[in-house]
Design a protein around this ligand. Structure first.
Ligand code: AMP
Ligand code: MG
Length: 410
């Protein structure tokens, strides 16, 4: 049986970087930058006003009140025709270019309009409310390095620079569920022995969140030939295949069998809990991650193998989720031969994060997974965790946790 680290290394070593492509900022959410971004011009591109007010010479407004002649109005998007000189002011809106000569903006609240003039009511230091050209980014600045994953603020920066980024293209991931007992999640009536497919919706949602494109191969019954067809299609059309079920020790665990016949199988057991029966191999050169059938195992295996592998394929430098240290709020006994991923809810109390089990820890218990904030990752050799023991927490969501009533106090 492979250790988790070794299995992760093997998967990461076997996946290839996706080709580079240029995309519009609209299309780039979640993708990895393939090339560094250098500022082609200053941001802001011109010196402008941070306030609605009056552009003046600082030397005129060092003391107040003072009356200045009004030369003209400049709304945002327009440029002053005149220059500000001693004794004069130009009315200016937020974001409008600072007129020549001016070095200070007095905000409108500190002024009083007069016929063809303005009275400055408050002494204003030179440079007030002026946003200099290049104050955010200067021409030639390294804005982002290759390997950065594009979040909404990154996209806004790229938009400000007029850059369509060079990224690694979105991975196409084929997803299929296996098992004669598994029916579509839309099924209204289950017959004896039947269950609904939880794994495709789970995987689809996790892949959506990651920025991958899903190729849905549906549900394949426990039939070697159907499975072979589906895997061949996945291999031809996708960058990665994710199957669920059919990788444990049963007679009908066909993914393993078909993978062995059709492609290669690198390993199919990892010293982790849940998700011990996790198979990794290739079909016609396409990596196949054979996730276990139980849905909690699906998520754990996706998080530990598929997610980092896809992020690496997308050229992202950081591929593993954030971890922090919490304290156990209760005692646990764990399997000391495996890395154990305990589903936990976390609570911050007096600067300490406390975690406790979110409910049933069997690999089929989805409700406790849905309640959880994070996995407590208990390393091999631990065996027991006592109250107050430090435990590594791997966050898999940053949920909204505060209600309007809690925050807004009526
Ligand atoms: P298997 O590895 O195929 O024996 O599956 C292990 C367990 O997971 C069995 O209880 C299956 O019924 C269940 N299972 C497999 N696939 C799914 C699925 N897509 N949705 C929900 N449960 C599943
Ligand atoms: Mg099965």
């Amino acid at each position: 049986m492979r250790s988790l680290e070794k299995a992760q290394q093997d998967v990461l070593a076997a996946v290839a970087l996706l080709p580079e492509t240029r995309v519009a900022v609209w299309e780039a959410t979640g993708l990895g930058l393939a090339a560094p971004v250098v500022a082609p011009h200053d941001v802001p591109p011109f010196t402008n006003s941070a306030m609605d007010g009056y552009a003046v010479l600082g030397s005129d407004v060092g003391s107040a009140p003072v009356e200045l002649q009004l030369l003209e109005d400049v709304p945002a998007g327009h440029v002053a025709r005149q220059e500000v000189r001693a004794g004069a002011a130009i009315k200016i809106m937020t974001g409008a270019p600072l007129p020549d000569g001016a070095d200070t903006v007095v905000k409108v609240e500190d002024t009083e309009p007069m016929p063809d003039a303005v009275r400055i009511l408050a002494a204003t230091p030179t440079g007030m409310a002026v946003r200099p050209a290049g104050g955010d980014l200067k021409t030639g600045d390294l804005v982002f390095e290759a390997g950065e994953r594009l979040t909404p603020p990154h996209l806004a920066v790229l938009a400000s620079l007029g850059i369509s980024p060079t990224v690694h293209r979105r991975p196409v991931v084929a997803v299929l569920s296996t098992g004669d007992e598994v029916l579509s999640p839309e099924t209204t009536r289950l017959g004896p022995g039947q269950i609904r497919d939880t794994n495709r919706p789970l995987l689809q949602a996790m892949l959506d969140e990651l920025g991958a494109q899903v190729l849905d191969l549906g549900i394949v019954g426990d039939d070697e030939y159907l499975l072979r067809d589906a895997l061949e299609r996945g291999a031809a059309e996708a960058d990665m295949i994710l199957t669920s079920g059919g990788v444990s020790m049963g007679e009908y665990d066909l993914v393993k069998i078909v993978l062995r016949r059709l492609g290669t199988i690198e390993f199919w057991k990892v010293a982790m809990k849940p998700a011990k029966p996790f198979a990794f191999g290739h079909v016609e050169g396409t990596p196949l991650l054979g996730l276990p059938g139980n849905p909690v195992s699906v998520m754990v295996a996706f998080e530990q193998f598929a997610r980092p592998a896809l992020l690496q394929m997308m050229g992202c430098r950081s591929i593993f989720r954030a971890r922090s240290v919490a304290k156990a709020a209760e005692k646990w006994r764990t399997d000391s031969a495996k890395v154990v991923f305990t589903r936990v809810v976390c609570e911050l109390e007096g600067g300490v994060t406390w975690c406790r089990s979110s409910g049933g820890q069997s690999s089929n218990v989805l409700s406790a997974l849905a309640r959880a904030d994070a996995f407590a990752v208990i390393p091999v050799g631990t065996g027991r965790v006592e109250i107050g023991d430090p435990v590594d927490i791997e966050w898999f969501r940053s949920p909204e946790t505060r209600t309007a009533a809690e925050v807004l106090h009526g």
